[in-house]
Design a protein around this ligand. Sequence first.
Ligand SMILES: [Zn+2]
Length: 323
Amino acid sequence: MSLLGIVHSSGHITDNIIHVDLEQYNSFEICSAFLIITPDSHAILDCGTSNDVPTLLTYLTSKHQISLKKIKYLIPTHYHFDHFGGGWSLWNQIKEYNPDVKILTTSKTKKQLQDPELHMKRAYRTFGKMIGEMRSIPDKAFKIVNPNEEVLLPGFTDTQSLSLVPSPGHCEDHVCPTLFDHQKTEFMFLGEAAGTRMHSQNLLTLGTSMPPEFNYATYIQSLEHLIELNPMNIGLGHFGVIKGTDNTLKLMKKNLEFTHRFRTYVKEKFEEKNETRWIVEQFIENELEGRVETSKTDMRFLTRIIVALVYGQLIDLGFRDPR
Ligand SMILES: [Zn+2]
């Protein structure tokens, strides 16, 4: 672990939490999932695309001897293909071991998971075949909870609880599954609520966007609320873990600043020249330093991400129509 509390490797974060690099798109450090452990039960948080589910299950069972019978809940941060696109496959596989396993989520995410066609069509345009397969999930797979409702996992101590903290902005249904202990925020899975980390040595992040869903106002509001919860440890969907409240707050506050600056940047560039591709090129040329390790990054992949960021922002600014 670095001085800034940055953890990239798969493994235990605390006694109760395991971090998993899903090795998404056959690369390391793209997408994270987590496991919450109690003596009596487990919950899996996110699972990646349908292609990532075997990686996740092999890692948990062979490295940590996790019994699939004890998996009680599968919990998505949001419905996007890269975070819970493989949810249907995971549920199908786990129910062979535990017929009562449920996808624990809100009614908003359930609705999206049951109707993934338009999302997959849009995602395919940007990411092609890498998105795997998403299938509609039947009603009986779900246990619906309200945002912030207290969820008790069998085996929790008297002082532990779990809830899905609402964090819309990246998309409307986004939540942060959060483990509380002694009224402190022990671990918060941020999903995409505080940006994407593309630098291994510092706490600076890029934005997150899957056009046309990004909403600046709610994103900012959500992030301000998450900061108030003072998490001791955070997990990021993309990617890894930050330990220590000083570090977690620094990352989240820096992302808040970045999100504001990025919006201003896109707006100013748009006024200079109404051309998405040009704005993307300008951003890549001038704004990545210290934020993205370009030498370690597949530039084609990065460009797709920046296109999504810029385009998402342009739609939210009202400068482009959602397609
Ligand atoms: Zn997403």
